[in-house]
Ligand binder design. Sequence first.
Ligand code: TRP
Length: 334
Amino acid sequence: MAVIFSGIQPTGRKHLGNYIGAITQYVAGQDRGDPAIYCIVDLHATTVPYAPAELRERVHDTTAVLLAAGLDPERCILFRQGDVREHTELCWLLTSVSALGELNRMHQFRDKSAAQRELISAGLLLYPVLQAADVLAYRAHEVPIGEDQREHLELMRNIAERFNARFGENTLVVPEHRIPAVGARIRDLQEPERKMSTTAGTEQGTVYLLDEPDAIRRKFKRAVTDSDDPPVLRRGDDKPGVTNLIDILASVRGVSPQSVEQELAGARGYGDLKVAVGEAVVEALGPLQERYRALREDESALEDALAQGASKARAIAARTLADVRAVMGIGAVP
Ligand code: TRP
């Protein structure tokens, strides 16, 4: 079986695209992974301006969301990046096989550095090397990620291949990405030609996991569809709004988009679809929100869960680091 690894940013405002595209994949990975390892990346959060006093709060928010969605610390390894120092050490060691030109060309670096008003930190440039260290430290095979991370994964594969060629074949595993078919496509409800996104989307078009039920229903009721008359309830490249609603309904119900299309054959118009998807999302998120509130209150239990995850993670990463240091000739003779 394959080792699965993914990283998630510490923010409290996870949305439906994160949920369908990433979080439900994480939960599914628990039963397939050997092991399934999920890391909340607080070190990555320092690459742009941030409030130190809030970072731990956001890590707790994210931990509670992941546990509420069904991650089980007994069946996966859930930990905070900053608790396992092997990540930062491996990041430095990997800089020796990371090409500056390649880092400079990364779209995320270009976009984020253009957006910085004051300091463009070197951390922003090295972000993908730390991300490579995250995955390579566990010799992971599969990395579930969104479409936007494809470039970082390619870079990580190059780093692993270059490392093995330079220092010793089979020291590191060259990972594969796993981009989910549907989740990668969840779109903004107001601007369905764009991805649902906390930073780039519209507030009314973004459904947050912790939105009140009425707010969720309202956002779906106001979702932008199209002006086909009579309304055509099917998916298609020419119908991004309707396609998105059908995809969301199918994912939260755990059925295929085709079966949703068949079911909608008797519907009167887009209104029926909007109400159905709004209700289905409220129904799916209600129990999650309830669990979230209970979990989020008990910060020491969240810290315990993270500590348990970190000690399991450290045991694996420490073995990789020992091998990497040995083949690189770093430190005392092993
Ligand atoms: N950069 C990823 C994102 O923004 C988060 C991340 C950090 C990650 N380390 C990772 C994803 C390792 C996959 C594997 O979504």
